[in-house]
Ligand binder design. Structure first.
Ligand code: C5P
Length: 222
């Protein structure tokens, strides 16, 4: 059976990582969370007091930072220069700054280079914003996951409550909408559905239903 590449793109909190992880598990593929890479850089930059609008300084940090994504039974672990930053990259501070970091052309160029290296042998499920359009333009399966802002904020809110993290629904809605706007309006590789991507609106679908739909598409192409 051929090992293909699967690109999962879409706006913030649309369920991309949950679905991508499940697909990777079912297919014994590697899951690559590209958002975690931008988050890891953002975390390291904030730690060093680097301004997220300063492209040159961010590039210095990036060149100093070895980012690793390691599969684990609980999902995926993220390391920056050997430090486990899995939890640290999900804080509000990182979430609300990452889209500024991800706007810079040279940052994206270096990240895309690293992501292509990780995906070069196929057998990958990669999620992000520009995977189908830029990182893996030849991916055999491209999915664009959508859901209303209301629904995405609701899911994130419930997730936070379950984890015992303080959470404000209205604030989440605003933050998600703002991140989508920055990601969609940036000059380089904005959030956009690839022409050959299959769009799935997950607003009224369960995770299982989304995974099933994508697995059916995958089976037609391996
Ligand atoms: O997927 P996640 O929400 O963790 O991504 C965090 C941020 O990283 C996004 O809001 C976006 O600014 C950036 N990103 C990106 N391109 C990708 C993946 C993420 O610009 N391929």
């Amino acid at each position: 059976e051929k090992k293909i590449s699967i690109a999962i793109d879409g706006p913030a909190a649309a369920g991309k990582s949950t679905v991508a992880k499940r697909l990777a598990e079912a297919l014994s593929y590697v899951y690559i969370d590209t958002g975690a890479m931008y988050r890891a850089l953002t975390y390291c930059a904030l730690q060093r007091g680097v301004d997220v609008h300063n492209e040159k300084q961010l590039m210095n940090v990036l060149h100093d930072t070895y980012i690793e994504l390691k599969p684990s039974p609980s999902g995926q672990l993220v390391f920056a220069n050997g430090e486990n930053v899995t939890e640290a990259i999900r804080t509000n501070d990182v979430t609300n700054n990452v889209s500024y970091v991800a706007k810079h052309p040279s940052v994206r160029e270096e990240m895309v280079k690293r992501q292509r290296e990780l995906g070069q042998h196929g057998g990958v499920v990669m999620d992000g914003r520009d995977i189908g359009t830029h990182v893996l333009p030849h991916a055999e399966v491209k999915i664009f996951l959508l859901a209303s802002v209301e629904e995405r904020a609701k899911r994130r809110h419930e997730e936070n409550v379950l984890r015992g993290i303080p959470s404000d629904f209205e604030q989440l809605k605003e933050e998600i909408a703002r991140r989508d706007q920055i990601d969609s309006e940036r000059a380089v590789a904005p959030l956009k559905k690839a022409e050959d991507a299959i769009e799935i609106d997950t607003t009224s679908l369960s995770i299982d239903e989304v995974v099933d739909r994508i697995m059916r598409i995958v089976r037609e192409r391996v």
